[in-house]
Ligand binder design. Structure first.
Ligand code: GTP
Length: 170
């Protein structure tokens, strides 16, 4: 197969441990979901080619570890990234509170013109939801990011979230 594409975009996915970063990527890239994934150690890498208006865009997607003890491995991966996805868990307030901390890291490590979107994940867990859309929108505004809510479990809005970021980058 010829691996031809018009653009190559590097995207890094960050956020607290357990918010669903790996599952969002697995849903987007492989259309799969896992309940019992081990925490990411360091960084892992996925690729996907998508077509928008007859242009082929190759995405290099970097899944980072949310756990503090693996962070130093992850920070070097910001260099040269076009987009950053900051994820939090709609059922876990602290993961939203930490978004500003993640944003500070982006500002320190990433290129100046990097595009950011904020994803509130686990939209399917309606009963356990503790973060309201308005609150999350405000945080997104504060960090200059677009905002979208997803479920890696049901796939709701997952493609849309990546499209949103790609539109910002493109
Ligand atoms: P680290 O690798 O530790 O940084 O975690 P992570 O952010 O990559 O989270 P991961 O994808 O491993 O998911 C953590 C847990 O949340 C797993 O048990 C997943 O099955 C669950 N999970 C992820 N996304 C969703 C979702 O959209 N809905 C529900 N109900 N559970 C989810």
């Amino acid at each position: 197969m010829i691996d031809s594409f018009n653009y190559l975009f590097k995207v890094i996915v960050i956020g607290d441990s357990g918010v669903g970063k790996t599952n969002l990527l697995l849903r987007f890239v492989n259309h799969t979901f896992y309940n019992d994934l081990k925490s990411t150690i360091g960084v892992q890498f996925f690729t996907k080619v998508i077509s928008i208006k007859n242009e082929h865009i190759k995405l290099q997607l970097w899944d980072t570890a949310g756990q503090e003890r693996y962070r130093s491995i992850s920070t070097s991966y910001y260099k040269g990234s076009h987009g950053v996805i900051i994820c939090f868990d709609l059922t876990h307030q602290e993961s939203l509170d930490n978004v500003v901390k993640w944003y500070e890291e982006v500002k320190q490590q990433a290129d100046l013109n990097v595009k950011i979107i904020l994803i509130g994940n686990k939209l399917d867990l309606n009963q356990q939801r503790v973060v309201g859309s308005d609150t999350a929108q405000q945080v997104a505004k504060q960090i200059g990011a677009g905002y979208i809510e997803t479920s890696a479990l049901t796939a709701q809005n997952v493609d849309k979230a990546f499209e949103l970021l790609i539109q910002e980058i493109h």
